[in-house]
Design a protein around this ligand. Structure first.
Ligand SMILES: [Zn+2]
Length: 215
């Protein structure tokens, strides 16, 4: 009834690019039946967090504010709660949580390096405490990153170690895209140095350019 419509609060129609919390409306998908059998609008949204996760949901749960992120907000709250354990453990907790997330989510940008290659977290490390105990007993320090010795294998005590950022970068040079790796080795051969040295010099020069640009 017209009077009903006048009595309800007016809302401007939803549009592509609208932002709700961390979510941006990307696309109107289609109408699907809800549990009561009514057809309701579904939309595709993208989260503004690092992974730019996309998901489908009911337009109404977006507009009502029930859903504000891809799930990253509640993950961050979990990490916040872990601050009770102290700073050290908070950083380890963050590393643990993002390791698990990387190996679980098919939607993140780096999915081709983890989920799609079957890289997983071992049974033991599904819980935080065993992971933390392993970390503290095996060379964890602030500023170090977790590294897989064999990039074709998953996260487990046998395959993992703690390395500095630079060591991690060096290890990753084995896992560049093929074309880039071929170019890197050809260049290194030509320059008479190691591929790692080429990466280091390129990085230094890149950071140097950044510094000049920001003046
Ligand atoms: Zn998110």
């Amino acid at each position: 009834m017209a009077s009903d419509r006048q009595g309800s609060p007016k809302r401007s129609p939803a549009a592509v690019s609208d932002i709700y919390g961390r979510l941006t409306l990307i696309e109107f998908i289609d109408k699907r039946p809800n549990p009561a059998g009514e057809m309701v609008q579904w939309v595709l949204v993208e989260c503004s967090c690092e992974d730019l996760t996309r998901k489908e949901l009911r337009l109404e749960s977006l507009r009502s504010g029930n859903t504000k992120s891809c799930g990253c907000l509640s993950r961050e709250k979990t990490i916040e709660r872990a601050t009770k354990h102290g700073d050290h453990q908070t950083r380890i907790y963050g590393i643990w949580a993002s390791m698990k997330h990387r190996c679980k989510s098919p939607n993140i940008r780096s999915a081709h390096r983890y989920v799609e290659r079957g890289i997983s977290v071992c049974e033991e490390w599904q819980d935080f405490v065993p992971f933390r105990d392993w970390a503290l007993a095996n060379g964890y320090a602030d500023g170090k990153e977790i590294d897989r010795r064999d990039n074709n294998l998953g996260y487990n005590p046998q395959n993992c170690q703690w390395v500095t950022k630079l060591e991690n970068l060096e290890n990753r040079s084995n896992h560049l895209p093929e074309s880039l790796e071929a170019w890197l080795h050809a260049y290194a051969l030509h320059a008479g140095c190691s591929p790692y040295e080429v990466i280091k010099q390129a990085l230094e020069s890149y950071l140097g350019v950044l510094r000049t640009d920001s003046i």
